[in-house]
Design a protein around this ligand. Sequence first.
Ligand SMILES: Cc1cc2nc3c(=O)[nH]c(=O)nc-3n(C[C@H](O)[C@H](O)[C@H](O)COP(=O)(O)O)c2cc1C
Length: 364
Amino acid sequence: MTDYKMHLLICGGTGCKASESDEIKNKLNEFLEEFELQDEVQVVLTGCFGFCEKGPIVKVLPDNTFYTQVKPSDVEEIVKEHVIKGRPVQRLLYTDPTTDKHISDSKGMDFYKKQIRIALKNCGFIDPENVDEYIARNGYEAMGKCLTELTPDEVIKEIKDSGLRGRGGGGFPTGLKWEITKNVENKQKYVVCNADEGDPGAFMDRSILEGDPHSVIEAMAICAYCIGADTGLVYIRAEYPLAIQRLKIAIKQAEEYGLIGDDILGTGFNFKLELRYGAGAFVCGEETALIHSMEGLRGEPTFKPPFPSVSGYLGKPTNVNNVETFANIPVIINKGAAWFNKIGTEKSKGTKVLLWQEKSTMLV
Ligand SMILES: Cc1cc2nc3c(=O)[nH]c(=O)nc-3n(C[C@H](O)[C@H](O)[C@H](O)COP(=O)(O)O)c2cc1C
């Protein structure tokens, strides 16, 4: 494995891609090759950094230098000055709006200072199209622990103790929902990820799927193990082509590594995952309408009960959770319910990914 001395992380989320981040990546690679630095400096196209207003963003590690609004024409200077001579390009650094001073290290930026990243922990750090990078940051460790060390009831207890509530809008306690679905007797059950994200201007779920698709896949497998399902479905709106592309790549890589499929990690547990596309109707984010849409019926809500946990997709017990809800699961298993429970409000634990409407940027 190459021991890189420096990493150049480029935001490859939808927003920065629209501002030529692919071209920036290509040019960085071209210049690094020209100076024969390709074995010392690695260029990584990551998911969203959250600070879309200032994109495209290029972050340099190990020093955390945070370049904003980078253009392909800036790349030559970044390589010649920063990479080769170790002198950060001052004009591209973030300027603090209150002090008007350049901030070189992203850790010193007000925008990031108060953030605790749980659901977004890998976004902006890893290449979402490379399962090895997810695994290097404890990826699939939580699933391994659940399948080999914990019973479904023990996992559900951990999720209940964590105080996690659904992030899709209703705020239903996640562990309790899993328990209800588990306790319904049926040979065939389903896990559904609600990636419809119909709220106008919202892109929290899209950011997670574009930047860290494996976290959702891993969580869905854990949920399936708990409730006794062997099939997962991600209902995702067709307007999210990049998230769909990255999910497809992630599912394929997880299958190739035996992380989903038959007899996962030799435990006898089977879990397959498929995508279903929505046509962008807001109402189809509501779970009963979503299920009807997946069944090929008109996307209309129906009265509850019956709840999907009892009678959902094709009339079978179905556990529906939001993307962000799922993205919290592996971290809760890895760090423990007690750790998660210390963060958040009295009645709702953990963090919330949110949009800062004024500037259309995202905080955690
Ligand atoms: C009109 C309407 C639209 C909704 N849209 C979404 C959506 O886009 N994404 C989502 O996750 N939940 C949405 N919900 C909530 C879902 O019905 C459901 O409660 C949620 O997906 C459950 O997941 P959670 O427990 O993880 O929050 C919507 C609800 C209503 C009433």
